[in-house]
Design a protein around this ligand. Structure first.
Ligand code: DWN
Ligand code: SAH
Length: 407
């Protein structure tokens, strides 16, 4: 029996996605033998409503000096983080004498660069050494460590309380969330705010975006489960704002209990979650059936295209694609390669299924008939960039929310 990481009661597994490699474990042929695999499965806690992984991969296997995800590869995300930073400055930092901003999972400095350039005292906490170094080169103060309660104490002793504590697509990556929340409660100034965003469970269920399920994503948050967690640390969810990025995210604003009025949006969102059935086991069983149907449709479609002799590639070697490729058993026989912009991924092979990753600049050398859009969350940006592909008759295959060929 597996115990809930948040409330310690037992969790109910509802979907098993087979043996999986490390989602960002892009590799070279000499590393194929001995590649690491684990059982990817997810469960629901009917006590605190937290949806979570059943098995966890050691953090050092995922976050290290060769981490393959660089936040600034998307211009749309760069604009999102600029707007996020501007809003935070106006709302919470204006008029403060010498504010201090901390961010976990600060990656290549996509958010904190806007604090650094504004002369604001800041600290990035980013364990993946290579992306942290890129941030430092942009003038962003960064330490390469994993954040937890112990580190929070050290940071407060050195820098004083944080007026603002930020996290984007990182909180859901940390299985030891109680330590993280206890640390934040200790570090946050009395009138400080914790503001973070993560992929939203409601969107994952509604869109059948099962590809959000992989080793790095230990949790799939809702406002209801977040409330349960933070209240155990003297904190309160005071706002919840849906975001369109990463296929549908939620931005949570959290403060010390009693410090701030709770927005009506929190109550409204919790009502929506009940209506969506996020508190019921049946919802997750239905999700499993939708996932299985999606796999069948995608593999059928790719099988038919192969029979017809069509050329098919992938676009965007995302972490999410590792789940889809391995769960659906899609290999180089069905997809000849995947195009991507990330230098560290180019020339490698995808985890588990070993499809070659090529430079996106070569995509136009000889356009394929079809391209499976694994970076579906960046669809607008990619479609704009690849107008010529569509113009000369190429078609994108999208599998979220349903499998289809886009015309
Ligand atoms: O939570 C996480 C999110 C924030 O980022 C991490 N656990 C890991 C990572 O997940 P992902 O790999 O699924 O993220 P993206 O942003 O969907 O990845 C985009 C991929 O697509 C990158 O490899 C870059 C590539 N790309 C491209 O080839 N052309 C992206 C864009 C925008 C493009 O135009
Ligand atoms: N915030 C960025 C990066 C998200 S990827 C964005 O939204 O684009 C997740 C990042 O969290 C990785 O860079 C990883 O190294 C970092 N991370 C993982 N565990 C962490 C921990 N315990 N403390 C701080 N950062 C962590």
């Amino acid at each position: 029996m597996t115990k809930c990481l948040i409330c310690k009661t037992s969790i109910e597994p509802f979907l098993s996605l087979r043996k999986m490699p490390i989602a960002n474990g892009f590799l070279h042929p000499d590393q194929f033998t001995g590649e690491y695999f684990y059982d990817l499965a997810i469960g629901f806690c009917s006590t605190c409503y937290m949806v979570q992984l059943i098995n966890h991969v050691d953090r050092e296997k995922m976050f290290h000096d060769q981490y393959a995800f660089f936040s600034s590869t998307s211009a749309h995300m760069a604009a999102h983080f600029k707007a996020f930073a501007d809003e935070m400055k106006t709302r919470y930092l204006k008029g403060k004498a010498d504010p201090f901003v901390a961010e976990i999972g600060s990656n290549d400095g996509i958010f904190l660069q806007h604090m650094s350039h504004g002369g604001i005292r800041h600290l990035g906490i980013e364990p993946s050494g290579n992306v942290a170094q890129v941030a430092r080169e942009k003038g962003v103060h960064t330490i390469s460590e994993f954040f937890d309660e112990q580190l929070a104490k050290k940071i407060r002793a050195k820098h004083g309380p944080a007026d603002l504590f930020i996290g984007a697509n990182v909180m859901c990556h940390i299985p030891y969330l109680h330590s993280v929340m206890a640390g934040i409660a200790h570090l946050l100034a009395e009138d400080g705010r914790l503001v973070f965003e993560d992929p939203y469970l409601g969107d994952i269920i509604e869109k059948t975006s099962y590809d959000q399920i992989y080793d790095e994503h230990a949790f799939y948050f809702s406002v209801s489960s977040m409330e349960y967690l933070v209240e155990q640390h003297g904190l309160r969810v005071v706002d919840a704002q849906p975001q369109s990025v990463h296929g549908g995210s939620m931005r949570y604003t959290i403060a010390h209990k009693g410090a701030v009025r709770v927005s009506d949006r929190v109550k409204n969102q919790k009502k929506k979650e009940k209506d969506l059935g996020l508190n019921r086991k049946e919802t997750y069983n239905r999700f499993r059936r939708h996932v299985e149907a999606s796999r069948e449709r995608l593999t059928d479609l790719l099988g038919q295209l192969k029979q017809k002799g069509a050329s098919v590639v992938g676009y965007g070697a995302t972490s999410k694609s590792t789940t889809v490729l391995n769960y659906c058993r899609i290999g180089p026989d069905l997809l000849s390669c995947i195009y991507d912009t990330t230098p560290i991924k180019i020339g490698t092979y995808t985890p588990g299924m070993h499809i070659p990753v090529r430079d996106y600049k070569e995509f136009s050398d000889k356009y394929p008939d079809y391209a499976v859009l694994f970076a579906w969350n960046h669809k607008e940006e990619i479609l704009k960039k690849e107008k010529q592909f569509s113009r000369q008759g190429g078609k994108f295959i999208v599998y979220i929310s349903r499998v289809r060929v886009e015309n």
